[in-house]
Design a protein around this ligand. Structure first.
Ligand code: ATP
Ligand code: MG
Length: 492
């Protein structure tokens, strides 16, 4: 009852009558824990089935009809309470993964360290997780485990058993011990993410004061923050992401350890950090996420070379480019336009690439080969932190390599740039450079205008210009003498 008075003192009485149930032993004959939970009946919360994905409802009902418990859980419950459309719908159940698979023809089991069932409905996937007994990070290894050899190697020094493994920093590597809903809730990250919507009677089960946190727009880690961040340092990135996306505050106890523990992000598998970086920057709240990452000292652990370049005055403009690029990306997402990781990573890497190139090459103007070397070197170093898959890294490199070609505007050959598959992205990148004052606005305007002209006029335009050297120095055009670099000014 102490808990009840605590909840009342926090204003939960606004829900009217509060129903208490003593949670029963639910699964695998595990002994019942002492936790009671708040049950908020349908009449006293705002979640309507009409707002839940019909496919998620199908999964929930099928589980229920087969005698299992089935709850909508996590972000979907949080978002529905906030009145926003959830990105995805996750289900938690006491059915084992194999049992879930038997119920759904369109079901695949994924993950080695965490078995999860994915029920496919065309492009929509409903993720069904069996209740687990310990504080484990979710889905971290669904795709990333194969790309994570060091994490596996770490387990040599780890407390390892068949079902659960923790490394020397406290990071959970594997956890497949199934449990009850009362145990499952403690492994969730934030109280606002720890709510369960019961398909049995449409009530919400709240073990962790999650509803009050949602109402107060607050992120509070469940349990001891230090321990929870050590178990899974990605939770620090998730705190930032939800704070940016939901406009939530981070509760002081949850906020305080981040500065000190930010370096634990270095030990997270790079493939998983790539997924997190996409969620941070390409979900419509990238500019704010970036500001918070900086504020909490997390950005430098994701993109150390970029952070180092941004801190040097000659490359500070690259940070401005990133801020503008993220603001443009957020605006595109708000308008329902597509966005690509290629462009984002190009903007992220540019400062570091130029710094690398300039430091290697004091003296004559660098050529394309040097730009390429610098790109490759920076990308290689970056991959050990955030692994950018080849399908994005290759076009990103192309986009950057096209930048010097914009300087060449004479001769019919210069028009071939317009046909390059990467032209559009490279041109957008040029505009960004012009916006921060490191590319000539007249040059950017020229490439804007020429796109609107018919072919004959384009040809006339480039033929009318005096000959210029090709950026790779290989064209038939006469080579101009290379200009000396002016005192310490970085090329951009
Ligand atoms: P969104 O889908 O809007 O990004 P979400 O809260 O649904 O947010 P998911 O990554 O879909 O986030 O995860 C679903 C739920 O799983 C979370 O709400 C949380 O309860 C739990 N969860 C996910 N990742 C972790 C983690 N790293 N540590 C603890 N719990 C987690
Ligand atoms: Mg989700």
């Amino acid at each position: 009852m102490r808990r009840l008075s605590r909840l009342k003192s926090r204003g939960l009485v606004v829900y009217g009558p509060i129903f208490w149930t003593q949670a029963e032993p639910l699964f695998l004959n595990l002994p019942s824990t002492q936790f009671t939970h708040l049950v908020i009946p349908r009449a006293e919360h705002s979640i309507s089935r009409a707002a839940i994905s019909p496919n998620a409802l199908k999964v929930l009902y099928r589980l229920k009809e087969s005698g299992y418990q089935a709850f909508l859980v996590g972000g979907a419950v949080r978002d529905l309470l906030l009145g926003i459309t959830p990105k995805d719908f996750d289900v938690a159940t006491n059915a084992l993964p194999e049992e879930v698979r038997r119920l759904f023809r369109n079901c695949r089991l994924i993950g080695r360290r965490f078995r999860l069932a994915h029920v496919h409905f065309g492009r929509e996937i409903i993720e069904v997780a069996t209740f687990r007994a310990a504080a484990a990070p979710e889905r971290e290894d669904a795709e990333s485990s194969e790309a994570d050899p060091e994490a596996e190697a770490n387990t040599a020094a780890a407390d390892e058993s068949e079902h659960r493994a923790i490394d020397s920093t406290g990071r959970i590597l594997r956890d497949n011990i199934y449990g009850t809903i009362e145990e499952d809730v403690w492994r969730r990250d934030f109280a606002a993410n720890g709510l369960y919507y019961n398909i049995e009677d449409f009530s919400i089960w709240d073990f962790v004061d999650g509803v009050s946190d949602v109402r107060a727009r607050r992120l509070k880690l469940i349990g001891d923050p230090q321990t929870r961040y050590r178990e899974d340092p990605v939770r620090m990135l998730r705190a930032v992401r939800f704070a940016a996306k939901l406009d939530f505050s981070i509760e002081p106890g949850t906020e305080q350890p981040i500065g000190q523990l930010a370096n634990l992000v270095d030990g997270v598998p790079p493939a998983r950090l790539f997924d997190e970086a996409l969620k941070l920057f390409l979900s419509g709240f990238g500019a704010k996420s970036y500001r918070l990452l900086l504020q909490y000292g997390l950005f430098e652990h994701l993109f150390p070379l970029s952070a180092a370049a941004f801190a040097l005055p000659p490359y500070a403009y690259a940070q401005q480019m990133l801020e503008l690029g993220l603001a443009n990306t957020d605006a595109r997402i708000a308008e329902g336009k597509p966005v690509t990781p290629t462009f984002l990573f190009a903007v992220l890497m540019w400062g570091a690439v130029l710094r690398e190139m300039n430091e290697q090459q004091a003296g004559p103007a660098p050529d394309l080969a040097q730009l390429m070397q610098a790109c490759d070197k920076v990308l290689r170093a970056q991959q050990s932190r955030v692994a950018i898959p080849r399908r994005f890294a290759v076009p990103m490199r192309e986009l950057l390599m096209l930048q010097p070609r914009f300087n060449r505007r004479s001769g019919v050959k210069s028009l071939s740039l317009l046909q390059h598959p990467r032209f559009r992205a490279a041109y957008d990148f040029l505009l960004l450079r012009a916006q921060v004052g490191v590319a000539d606005p007249e040059l950017a305007q020229w490439w804007t205008d020429i796109q609107l002209l018919p072919q004959e006029e384009r040809v006339a335009l480039v033929q009318a210009r005096p000959a210029e050297p090709a950026p790779d120095g290989k064209s038939g055009a006469p080579r101009r003498r290379r200009r000396r670099r002016r005192g310490g000014t970085a090329r951009s």
